[in-house]
Write a protein that binds this ligand. Structure first.
Ligand SMILES: Nc1ncnc2c1ncn2[C@@H]1O[C@H](COP(=O)(O)OP(=O)(O)OP(=O)(O)O)[C@@H](O)[C@H]1O
Ligand SMILES: [Mg+2]
Length: 283
């Protein structure tokens, strides 16, 4: 079942065009994509391709200029349902410092459900459960600003989880983190997807993160360049390269080796697969 469905979505930013109405710059140019319930989807694409703009349509922060965005069947243009949409889809941003508001971790996580008017005893339950889900329960009495980047981002994710969304959209949540923080955040998100069936849309510049997803959507200049499973997408090495997009290092290496005559049946996505496939070809 489709949970998020963009149908021929077009969008331009207001204010861009007032002086020259004929010079409107479309940032999304007819995007049709969907995300099924329970799926873990990566969105990749170079700077300015429209990833963040698309993600903001998924919880009705932005509304389409043309086409439609449906979230769990609700048209985000339906003003009466806008809070239902926002409750169903939580958005996590790149910089955790901009998302943390309170001076104690558990108060921060409680902020969202408090605003929704949730009962205090239920807030307590949700805060504890959200912090446990991202492995930050032991830090519930700590000050957020003293945590590491990966810990802060996990608290920000807990804050979204405490509102009990069906889907979390994360806009480059690991971009500002060191490798350890990155790993902590990705494994927390993966667990939420696998154990709580939360639908995940992960926008990332990191190809190694994208290879572990169910499906990859590639944005290019406001359009969908291609989409499919990680294998389907990343085996198009030349095409992605032409659009100045990265592929995982293991894929690129074996694609180059193929170019000099090694005959791989398919290309690997990870170092482990690379070793296995190389040994099959060479040993
Ligand atoms: N608030 C805004 N007002 C006007 N133009 C904007 C605004 N936000 C983004 N844009 C423009 O829209 C286009 C798409 O931007 P968007 O942020 O969606 O891309 P992105 O794929 O998320 O890029 P990045 O990888 O750098 O985060 C860019 O040309 C950008 O300059
Ligand atoms: Mg962006």
């Amino acid at each position: 079942m489709e949970f998020i469905q963009a149908e021929n979505l077009t969008f331009y930013y207001e204010g861009e065009d007032e002086e020259q109405p004929n010079n409107v710059k479309l940032v999304l140019k007819g995007v049709s994509v969907s995300v099924r319930k329970g799926e873990f989807v990566a969105v990749i694409g170079h700077n300015g391709s429209g990833k963040s703009t698309l993600s903001k349509h998924m919880n009705a922060i932005l509304l389409p200029t043309g086409g439609r965005m449906l979230v769990d069947g609700i048209d985000t243009n339906d003003e009466d349902r806008i809070y239902d949409v926002r409750r169903k889809v939580g958005l996590v941003l790149q910089n955790p410092d901009n998302q943390l508001v309170a001076s104690i971790v558990e108060e921060d996580v409680a902020f969202g459900p408090e605003n929704l008017g949730v009962e205090p005893s239920e807030i307590r339950r949700r805060v504890d459960s959200a912090l446990k889900a991202v492995d930050m329960y032991d830090y519930r009495h700590h000050a957020p600003h003293k945590l590491s980047g990966g810990q802060k981002q996990r608290v920000a994710i807990a804050g979204i989880l405490a509102m009990e969304p069906d889907c979390i959209v994360l806009d480059e949540p690991t971009a500002m983190l060191d490798p350890k923080g990155r790993e902590e955040v990705i494994s927390a998100i993966t667990r939420l997807n696998r154990e709580q069936s939360i639908t995940v849309v992960l926008i990332t510049h990191n190809m190694e993160e994208a290879v572990d997803c169910d499906r990859v959507i590639v944005m290019d200049s406001g359009k969908v360049l291609t989409e499919g499973t990680p294998v389907e997408v990343f085996s198009q090495v030349e095409r992605l390269r032409r659009h100045k997009l990265d592929v995982p290092q293991a894929t690129e290496l074996c694609s180059m080796l193929r170019g000099v005559g090694l005959s791989f049946k398919e290309l690997p996505l990870s170092t482990d697969e690379c070793v296995r496939m190389l040994s099959e070809v060479l040993l």
